[in-house]
Design a protein around this ligand. Structure first.
Ligand SMILES: Cc1cc2nc3c(=O)[nH]c(=O)nc-3n(C[C@H](O)[C@H](O)[C@H](O)COP(=O)(O)O)c2cc1C
Length: 392
């Protein structure tokens, strides 16, 4: 590879380099450090059924890879799931909706991993009542109390858990998604009222949805506080990735080298028109432009609906894994911050033919994902060690 890369420097200038040159200089390889991705080996040396299940559950998809889960194992035969209130997204997810979708995904993998071990889970959501609407009012009440009993039927999708990846890359535009494949993807994870699944690979619908992705991404990137939220969660290079094992991991040789020189400016959003700005924009534009289809989950928007959405979403992504197709959320248009309102309205018009919801009972687009075939291997993303999630 000899692609030119540019990045804005602390002093405001711009540097250009070739990836190939930097590889030759010794900054080799863009794969993540092995320890940071060890979760993808599954439980190693764990004998307790609950800890083994947690080891699988921490691979769940979740917004910005914050991994906001805390599990309490102090009560025998029970797992209590709570939110880590330090790990939320105040700006892009001010109502905590996406964070709770990530809890639903965790819960689904937990239940599947217990079933695999001959344990059936009785899940009680919100045993002490639902979390309040605004993120700032959240306390440590449990999201779910899971009581374990002997039984459980292994789930065929469990085989995909450690193979699942979210492809944050351009898709292959020479490979269309067959309508039959979309039907298999949508049919595989029966939604069950009140949630619905939908999707399209139709040439009539793709342009408007791609434009929506791109226009909404621009709003997130150009709104300083939402852009800074991502920048603060960006981990560059092996040592930062190993230190945090969460967030947005970047390990490309060029960015690593620039960061090692102390020249990667993370104190301010990239100025409009700057090289860094163009670089970030180009990535989102590529993702939008190469969407070969879209899938979505819609339904009402109570706290329990958000959890059920996460359970359904991860099943759908596991099925996509089994089918060999990539499924990548592009959540910008469904985010509830003020500047996004026109795109929030538009995504509801395009997907549901209805205005944006006004109450938690109104139909809401919960997940909005592009689908396509990735062009290369998709790496597994880092996870923190299991001990960080468990209270014993
Ligand atoms: C509710 C929700 C929203 C998400 N939105 C986005 C998004 O807008 N853009 C994106 O690149 N990934 C999005 N993701 C995927 C996460 O970034 C991804 O799950 C996380 O980085 C971990 O990577 P993995 O799924 O490959 O393990 C979302 C995931 C969830 C559960």
């Amino acid at each position: 590879m000899n692609r030119r890369n540019f990045i804005r420097l602390a002093g405001g200038g711009t540097i250009a380099a070739t990836t190939g040159t930097l590889v030759a200089c010794g900054a080799v390889g863009s794969h993540y450090p092995a320890e940071a991705v060890e979760a993808w080996k599954g439980p190693v040396g764990e004998t307790d059924a609950r800890r083994r299940a947690v080891a699988y559950a921490i691979t769940a998809p979740n917004p910005h890879n914050l991994q906001p889960w805390l599990v309490d194992l102090r009560e025998e035969g029970v797992i209590t799931l709570r939110t880590d209130r330090e790990r939320v997204l105040h700006h892009t997810d001010p109502l905590g909706r996406q964070i709770l979708i990530g809890h639903g995904a965790f819960l689904e993998l937990l239940v599947m991993a217990l079933a695999q071990q001959g344990v059936v889970s009785e899940v009680l959501l919100w045993p002490q009542g639902e979390l309040p609407t605004a993120l700032k009012d959240w306390d440590d009440r449990p999201v779910a109390r899971i009581t374990l009993k002997p039984g459980g039927t292994p789930d065929p999708l469990f085989a995909q858990v450690l193979l699942r990846r979210t492809p944050k890359t351009d898709f292959d535009t020479t490979r269309a998604i067959a309508p039959e494949l979309l039907a298999r993807l949508l049919g595989s994870a029966p939604a069950g009222a009140p949630l619905s699944v939908g999707g399209t690979v139709s040439a009539d619908q793709l342009p408007a949805l791609r434009t929506l992705c791109w226009e909404s991404a621009k709003v997130e990137l150009l709104t300083p506080r939402t852009m800074m939220e991502s920048i603060h969660l960006t981990r560059v290079g092996p040592s930062e990735i190993l230190q945090h094992r969460d967030g947005i991991s970047i390990n490309s040789p060029f960015v690593r080298a620039v960061s090692a020189l102390g020249l990667f400016d993370r104190s301010a959003p990239p100025a409009e028109g700057s090289a860094a700005y163009k670089n970030a924009m180009g990535r989102f534009e590529g993702h939008s432009r190469t969407a070969m289809g879209f899938v979505w989950i819609t339904g009402p928007n109570t706290r329990s609906d958000q959890i059920h959405t996460g359970r359904l979403y991860v099943r759908q992504q596991l099925q996509a894994t089994a089918l060999g197709v990539g499924m990548h959320p592009m959540s910008q248009a469904v985010q509830e911050f003020a500047e996004m309102a026109p795109h929030f309205e538009r995504v509801h018009q395009l997907v549901l033919g209805q205005p944006a919801p006004r109450t938690p009972q109104d139909p809401t687009v919960q997940m909005f994902c592009r689908i396509g075939y990735p062009q290369g291997e998709v790496p597994a993303t880092p996870r923190r060690p299991i001990a960080r999630f468990v209270r014993t």
